[in-house]
Ligand binder design. Structure first.
Ligand SMILES: [Zn+2]
Length: 323
């Protein structure tokens, strides 16, 4: 009997609302997927138990396909210790403090388990199987509730001394500017996350500036980045100015990344990257207007390709890369 083909791993993406899992090939192809609610209020033990059950289910499915799995990669938000497999204190998983996720899941699943920060995992996914294919050095900015980041240097995740590298949302792009959730002022995240883009629009409307979005704000509804871009397209001056401010700070961030790391590509991901050309074209224009040509070429910026699967695919690839 021939040995089963290897090079298939399980990726688990633990989010605040859902835990996604999948069987992933080396090329990023997802053979099978699962999704369950996170329900973090149930506590660490229950959540880990349900992750272990999902791993068992996916491993059984792999066996039914005649495939063996090489490991399990788990992507978790917040500060993690890749080397020791400990999750320190993820912001959207209350009660998870210094949880030895790798040791616990190894015990529960009898599989080899590797832990990674979710933004790093997503960056690795895009690097190997998405918008970073063919590059050696890539930086990813994830524009969602916050602004996440991941740095790939010479084909590997760059983690830094305390594994806190890649927190690019907290690079200061406007000294003395808006207060960020991290306590600093003027972080990229305080301007260019989807949440803060909407917050700036709402603040200005509440100060009395006219906008076609005023009825939405007055009714207490949330405003999405898509609605702001659409309003800007229809001639809403406030929406256009706020969107430009989002893209300007993003452009400044990209210029700083270019001077610091000179990556082959900067990839924009996350919910706001759905704005597509409306985001990319303005960011490129503002980079061109603000970046020195004396220090080398302008940064090459592109849009992510894997969408919501980047974290899941990347987590599996982390497990494959650390065999
Ligand atoms: Zn910050």
């Amino acid at each position: 009997m021939s040995a089963p083909a290897a090079n298939i791993a399980i990726g688990i993406d633990v989010g605040g609302t859902a835990i996604k899992g999948g069987l992933v090939e080396t090329d990023g192809c997802i053979l099978e997927r699962r999704s369950i609610p996170t329900n973090p209020v149930e506590g660490v033990d229950h959540v880990l138990g349900r992750i272990a059950a999902m791993v068992g289910d996916l491993a059984n499915h792999a066996a039914s396909l005649g495939r063996a799995i090489s490991g399990v990669g788990v992507g978790v938000p917040g500060t993690i210790r890749h080397a020791t497999g400990i999750v320190e204190a993820p912001p959207n998983l209350p009660g998870w403090k210094n949880v030895p996720v790798v040791a616990r899941l190894c015990w529960l699943t009898a599989q080899r388990v590797v832990l990674e920060n979710d933004a790093n995992a997503a960056a690795l996914g895009e690097f190997l199987c998405g918008a970073g294919r063919g590059t050696k050095d890539m930086v990813m900015l994830t524009l969602g509730t916050g602004v996440g980041g991941g740095i790939i240097a010479n084909g590997n995740l760059f983690r830094g001394e305390l594994e806190n590298a890649g927190e690019l949302g907290h690079m200061i792009v406007a000294p003395g500017g808006r207060l960020c959730g991290c306590g600093q002022r003027g972080c990229l995240e305080a301007y260019s996350s989807a949440t803060q883009t909407a917050a700036r629009v709402i603040e200005r409307i509440k100060r009395g500036e006219p906008s076609s979005l005023t009825p939405l704000v007055e009714s207490g509804q949330e405003i999405s980045a898509e609605q702001i871009v659409a309003a800007a397209d229809e001639g809403d001056a406030l929406a256009a100015d706020a969107w430009r401010e989002t893209c300007l700070h993003l452009a400044v961030g990209c210029i700083n990344i270019q001077h610091m790391l000179n990556p082959q590509r900067i990839v924009l991901a996350g919910g706001m990257s759905a704005a597509g050309a409306k985001l990319l074209n303005l960011v490129e224009q503002l980079i061109s207007e603000n970046c020195s040509r004396m220090l080398g070429p302008l940064p090459v910026v592109g849009l992510a390709e894997l969408g919501n699967d980047a974290g899941l695919v990347g987590a599996a690839l982390v497990a494959m890369k650390t065999v």
